[in-house]
Design a protein around this ligand. Structure first.
Ligand SMILES: Cc1ncc(COP(=O)(O)O)c(C=O)c1O
Length: 454
């Protein structure tokens, strides 16, 4: 890779990078990025890389937006911080904007990340049941799915269903239960996709029954699983999950940290399945990576479950120092306005459908391509040794594919430290501003890389 090779002078490097084996970097200077614009990162040696992953699929509006920088500067001068027990114009406006966009009455609790947004969702669900449950209820369990990622804080990691992420930090907190997600590519061959969706929903119901429904507070899931491998659920799955949650009085949390604000070609992921949750969590696209920001958005029937006399201790006993940060809120408002103004969900749909078409034509019959799938601007390519056995492709070839793309100036992702031996899904998720020319360059780099390992 030309870009990396030109950066290998010895250099003191005290930065501990996530998910990185530093021994392999010792004695080298890993590439440094200097600036970015649109979908392109520029390194300090001038080399340019097309970011096929939008950072961590968060820079939805693209890099280097002057309008955001100006708004941030103005807000910093005017009111750079406010304790979140108080309110200011941008934060109130953002909470109102969430309600307008979602189209139902809700309240937003702001924090600084997706992990914190999910932690708040779990606490809200548990306290809600404590205060509103039937006599004899003890609803504290959170059910999530294997393969899912929900964040790195204690509760969010406990809800995460990725064995490799958790090894070394377990045991985590009690009260978290996992079920299998739908996974059409690896479903029982005798089941149709819809039968598979119904079966996975049935197994969720069985888990609730076997745990004891009166111990279950909430089910959390992404509408479409992203980091766990870009797994599009069968059309009947989310509606069935909704019905099951209603049947057993369990709250449904949609983790829209990735799918919120246009990524799946709709403003919110759940729109694809016309299924609503009780609680939604957001981060990433909320501020498009211009400010660390998370939100836990709660429908009114949950919010009013915290009503009570001032001394009743029914209020939410939770605070984040940087929650509802005025600068973050001002930035998020503008980032969302850009997504709306520039029709970025529509562009995500158009360019996403296009890239899956192109890749399907070029690689549909490739021996190592098991499936090309996704929605909007989030595409996964499941790599296999061969299409019959579906054995996940070995690490060496996956690394070769990623290196080939890098050599062509394209950053791609893959699911990392997910399920042991099953980190075999390539991820394509550039900023939603991606142009036809850029997405074609990404498709060409992926095609070339895969042809080189056939
Ligand atoms: C679906 C999902 N939920 C939650 C998180 C956690 O977000 P954060 O890294 O901002 O804490 C992530 C992060 O990738 C995610 O993909």
């Amino acid at each position: 890779m030309d870009n990396a090779q030109s950066m290998t002078a010895d250099y003191p490097d005290q930065l501990w990078r996530p998910l990185t084996q530093h021994a392999a970097l010792r004695g080298t200077t890993p590439p440094q990025m200097q600036s970015a614009k649109g979908c392109t990162l520029t390194m300090n040696n001038g080399a340019q890389l097309l970011d096929g992953l939008a950072g961590l699929w968060c820079v939805n509006i693209g890099y280097g937006r002057r309008e955001i920088a100006e708004i941030a500067a103005r807000q910093m001068e005017q009111l750079n911080y406010l304790a979140p027990v108080m309110a200011c114009e941008p934060t109130l406006a953002l909470a109102e904007k969430m309600q307008t966009m979602l189209g139902f009455k809700c309240h937003s609790y702001f924090s600084s990340s997706g992990s914190e947004a999910n932690e708040a969702a779990f606490k809200i669900a548990r306290q809600y049941h404590l205060q509103n449950g039937k006599p004899g209820d003890n609803r504290y369990k959170i059910i999530s799915r294997y393969r899912a990622y929900h964040g790195n804080t204690a509760g969010a990691m406990a809800a995460t269903g990725q064995a490799e992420r958790k090894t070394g930090s377990e045991p985590g907190p009690a009260g978290f239960v996992h079920v299998m997600p739908p996974y059409p590519f690896r479903a029982h061959p005798k089941l149709s996709t819809l039968e598979h969706g119904a079966e996975c929903a049935r197994l969720l119901e069985e888990a609730i029954i076997h745990e004891g429904a009166n111990t279950v507070a909430a089910v959390i899931m992404e509408p479409m699983m992203s980091g766990g491998g870009v797994i599009v659920p069968p059309d009947n799955y989310l509606p069935l999950v909704r019905q099951i949650c209603d049947r057993y009085g369990v709250l449904l949390i949609f983790d829209e940290v990735v799918s919120g604000f246009g990524r799946l070609g709709t403003m919110f992921g759940y729109e694809h399945w016309a299924t609503e949750a009780d609680i939604y969590t957001f981060a990433k696209g909320l501020s498009s990576g211009y400010f660390p920001m998370g939100a836990t958005v709660v429908k009114d029937h949950v919010f009013t479950g915290f009503d009570g006399a001032p001394d009743s201790m029914r209020h939410l006993r939770q605070i984040n120092t940087f929650g509802g940060h005025p600068v973050g809120a001002a930035i998020a408002l503008e980032a969302i306005a850009i997504v709306e103004r520039e029709g970025l969900a529509g562009n995500a749909r158009e360019q996403g459908d296009h890239v899956r078409d192109v890749l399907g034509r070029e690689l549909g019959q490739h021996p190592h391509v098991g499936e090309i799938r996704g929605l909007g601007m989030l595409t996964g390519i499941e790599l296999v040794e061969d299409r019959e056995s579906k054995v996940p492709l070995g690490e060496a070839k996956i690394m070769q594919i990623l290196a080939s793309c890098m050599g062509d100036g394209v950053i791609l992702g893959r699911n990392t430290n997910t399920v042991p031996g099953r980190c075999n899904i390539l991820l394509i998720a550039p900023p939603l501003v991606v142009t036809r020319d850029e997405i074609d360059r990404i498709a060409a780099a992926v095609t070339k890389a895969l042809k080189s390992v056939a």
